[in-house]
Design a protein around this ligand. Structure first.
Ligand code: ADP
Ligand code: GN1
Ligand code: MG
Length: 357
């Protein structure tokens, strides 16, 4: 990227420096030093249609601006703002073949990989819930599906089957216990996709990647300011947003913690998130969605574990890794969390009931 930096910034009539920023697993993010802007290289290996993806983000953020204004908020801070190129485009394809975009920097706010206090997670839940509420009437069918079958868990199993069959790195023999864990849960993992196909669960505009570090919290008050990382905003289910947020945020430890005795599902964090999410979405949620909420936490954790496992077997072609065992460490960690959630399902259901009254 650095080779092309001047070329890219020229397209935006900017003259600046950039340094690496954040710790997402997908895009390359940089902070400019003079202007309060975030520069990102879009991972076009994963998001093949940069044009469609940026059209989604530009349209959704424009729509959110109006909703935020109507609610008396500050749209420059409470949603992403896409900076246009000099030619008025939403992104720039540089001579290195990659696509770049610039957002306004969300000021005086931070994102976390781990909450320091359940209250922060409650605020994160309210921000994700509000995001869903604001987009409740957005026409889902106008959005490009940026990654097809993103949360189609049965398809994720098929991708795992294909990885096992190909076994390009000879890693299958090391991970049989993890494969067995995943396969033992294959049948129930189709529950949400089946319920959607049968029309029992509505398709909505959802974020689909609600990990804690994709929401900015006010650096002073801790309140939710802005939901970021909008690449996967597309038709989906609220269960994906609820479940994925808990997968990451209600874990007792980091997603790649290798000491599994330190990994469990934190019920206090689960309760804080459930309270915040239901406060914001309680009016739109259907009975069936509500019923599936606890299960969705387990489902999305299982699905993510399967994706890490398949990526490990495939030779680490999808998620960014920082050590050779990174993806299998992450998979084991997610499966530990799944096993712990299975022992807590009844309690989890009671919490949903408590905040549904
Ligand atoms: P990835 O898809 O790789 O996860 P993100 O879009 O989530 O990339 O960006 C990585 C991190 O950069 C985020 O977790 C967040 O902390 C930070 N970030 C992203 N966009 C902004 C922004 N507009 N203002 C401030 N920080 C941002
Ligand atoms: C990726 O981009 P990031 O780091 O917010 C991934 C999510 C996974 C997550 C696991 C587009 O999220 O689906 O749940 O890693 N995003 C994409 O940490 O695949
Ligand atoms: Mg991210």
């Amino acid at each position: 990227m650095m080779d092309c930096l001047n070329e890219i910034l020229k397209e935006y009539a900017l003259d600046d420096n950039a340094s690496p920023y954040g710790d997402g697993h997908i895009n390359d993010t940089y902070l400019l030093s003079r202007k309060p802007y975030i520069l990102q290289r879009i991972n076009t290996g994963i998001f093949k249609d940069a044009e469609g993806l940026m059209e989604n983000i530009a349209n959704v953020t424009e729509y959110l601006r109006e909703k935020i204004k109507a609610a008396g908020g500050d749209p420059d801070r409470e949603t992403l703002t896409v900076i246009k190129t000099r030619k008025g485009e939403n992104y720039y394809k540089a001579s290195d073949g990659y696509c770049y975009r610039i957002y306004k920097f969300i000021d005086k706010a931070l994102s976390y990989n781990k909450v320091e206090d359940p209250k922060q997670f409650y605020y994160a839940a309210k921000a994700f819930g509000r995001f869903a509420m604001f987009l409740d009437k957005y026409p889902a069918e106008t959005l490009h599906e940026t990654i097809v079958d993103f949360h189609n868990t049965p398809v994720r199993y098929e991708q795992l089957d294909a990885a096992i069959k190909a076994d390009p790195k000879g890693r299958v023999k090391e991970v049989q216990a993890e494969i067995d864990f995943a396969m033992a849960r294959r049948e129930e993992a189709g529950k949400v996709v089946r319920a959607i196909a049968e029309g029992k669960i509505p398709v909505r505009v959802t974020h689909n990647d609600t990990k804690l570090n994709n929401v900015m919290l006010d650096e002073k008050t801790g309140e939710g300011v802005c939901v970021v990382d909008l690449d996967t905003v597309m038709p989906g289910s609220l269960l994906y947003d609820f479940g994925d947020a808990l997968r990451f945020g209600a874990s007792s430890g980091a997603e790649d913690e290798t000491d599994l005795s330190k990994i469990w599902f934190d019920m206090e964090l689960y309760e804080a998130f459930t309270k915040g999410y239901l406060e914001e979405t309680g009016n739109i949620l259907t009975e069936t969605e509500r019923e599936y909420l606890p299960f969705s936490a387990k489902l999305l954790t299982l699905e993510c574990g399967i994706r890490f496992l398949a990526d490990y077997i495939n030779g680490d072609v999808y998620f960014k890794i920082h050590k050779e065992s990174h993806n299998i460490d992450r998979a084991r960690n997610q499966f530990k969390l799944v096993a712990d959630m299975e022992t807590k399902m009844d309690e989890m259901t009671k919490v949903v009931e408590k905040y549904s009254r």
